[in-house]
Design a protein around this ligand. Sequence first.
Ligand code: GLN
Ligand code: ZN
Length: 765
Amino acid sequence: MQTHILGYPRIGSNRELKKACEQYWSGKSELQDLLQVGKKSRHENWKLQKDEGIDLIPCNDFSYYDQVLDMSLTVGAIPERYREIESRSDLTNLDLYFAMARGYQKDGLDITAMEMTKWFDTNYHYIVPEFSKNQHFKLNSNKILNEFKEAKEAGIHPKPVIIGLVTYLLLGKEKEGGFDKIDLAEKLLPVYQELLTQLQEEGAQWIQFDEPFLALDLDEKARDAYSFVYNELRKKFPKLRFVLSTYFEGLKDNLALALKLPVDVLHLDLVRCPSQLDRVLEEIPASLNLSLGIVDGRNIWKNDFENSLHLIQKAQDKIGSDRLLLAPSCSLLHVPYDLDLETEINPGIKNWMAFARQKVRELKTLRALATGSTEAPLLKEFKENLDAVKSRKTSEVIHNKKVKDAVSQISEKDSQRSNSFSIRKIEQQRVLDLPLFATTTIGSFPQTKEVRSWRAQFKKGKLSAETYDSLLKKETQNAIKWQEEIGLDVLVHGEYERNDMVEYFGEQLDGFLFTKKAWVQSYGSRCVKPPIIYGDVSRPEAMTVYWSQYAQSLTDKWVKGMLTGPVTILQWSFVRDDQPRSATCKQIALAIREEVKDLEQAGIQIIQIDEPAIREGLPLRISGWKEYLDWAVTCFKLASAGVKDSTQIHTHMCYSEFNDIMESIANMDADVITIECSRSQMELLEIFSDFEYPNEIGPGVYDIHSPRVPAAEEMLTLLKKAEKVIPAEQLWVNPDCGLKTRKWEETEAALKAMVSAAKMVRTAL
Ligand code: GLN
Ligand code: ZN
């Protein structure tokens, strides 16, 4: 039985690579400095795995920006617009690479970056390959070969990790019509073959092909491509040992296909889909070995050894140890580096957790246990694991009877407003007395350097609570006064007290904890530090009433209360694995529901509950959508439905593909939904129009991601366009999203223009 790792984090345990990249980009360091940091990261990872006795250690899991972009450069899928950079002798291949990732605006050139999107259902973003009709491929980089040689020199025999050919194509985007990207397989195959030839000549024995798409819904053509590609590769490389790695889902209807592919090892994600093991063991051909992905690569909890050993034993009984490998469920890219760096987590809770480094260790231990070793230190480790798992099951820190009771008492009625929207609308109109095309913003105003530094100082204890409070109050006063002056209809308090829309709530809720160094790469040099939900969630006291009430006291206009919704809080955190996501979400929903009621009680008449992450929580397989949407929508409604008819509930979503989830969006039954719309020139609204969406909508009229200030006429045009598809009584006027990242000058100019656009459209009616 062997152990292997599918990939290791690379940003550096202290984010060294992030810092080195940013230094290099800003011209503050030389290429050599950056290369040095990259090399160090690779060597540290290799050494760590070697010291733990991992048998197959990956190479090419390292990347300066993104592994998909690495592959695009490797196979020469470089879009036309970068030709100029390619031909420049003063720029290196790495400069070209960064230009593709980040765009290039220098020396009179202005080239846009390639698009970025989420890597399956993770919070990692990859650079989307661009394909044209006459796409050419050629082996264009030695990165993989060089890292292979480098690892060999470091005394290990590495397993290069390569994005599988079919997955690579499916990740990409056709930039013009008239062809299907999957048809490029034949053209791309020779490049993969050339690459494998080089690796084989250099002594490679193992190749890992990452093919996560094999675990998703596939059409006939993609299935055929799988058979074609792997049969061709096998023919040409009978001696190389291929590991085909699938993850994030079970193989399900693709199992028969996967078992037929001529590879040596099939890797299964047994964390996401443990149930697939039985069928695989029934049907596996004698020539195939299995890699059991049993250590969770997507979460930060300690492995349950007893449970894992049970799965391993089952596989051993059926096909024998020699045909088994043990691995994390997927690349460890999605978990933080090292739990030992966290010195402030409650030791009881820390004892339930494992980061990348600890997970490598777990594999080693599991193998030893599974192969019958009875050395005393090993048995001690086993015992400690059993104890940790047991203490988690019963711990009072996690299990809160009050919360469980509250959840069990939820009734259907709790997630329904008392009356339908058409009745509520009349009540709301009476109380709120807002004009048509009412103007508002999404919540946050510019978080200036000063505001950030006050918070930093306050957190460090260098600023007293009183001073911090009075500084924020001043800022809020200015915001209210200024919003009144420019004539917005519904005001916001500005969210100055918040660092991040999830962290702010997590910090005030029971059941959450925060780390100091648990960074995870989100894209390029950007990292996030997700909160960890470890226990039953409850709200010890009101979280936002103070600021909303204060802001409302300053004005006669309505001030919107501002909350983050339960699904978004869940989605952007590491969650418990000892209960379904839906159960955790319900608990959060109840906490937000109490907050909503408290806001209403405090005289807040309009309450916005942001749910930008509801779309991204969709399961990877369509068969799972319904169940997810059911509980996600129910949770939103649980949070929002406890108010009177006259209290207006808003929700906000950033750019989302609403196409196939329109029914669920309507079921959320928010009185008003604001969405990002300006970049699609209001086209998104057509989906709402086709659906005859009944409630009110605020389509964003300007892009907040860019410093550009649009003219009032431009927004007027968009509003007129909106009014053609959605009746005026249903329309609101607002920017695309929160304004936290913008400068004040831009915000002022843009919102003034927005208000005059609204006035113009009202008179034009
Ligand atoms: N209320 C939040 C803000 O304005 C919403 C942010 C978001 O949708 N991502 O910043
Ligand atoms: Zn948004």
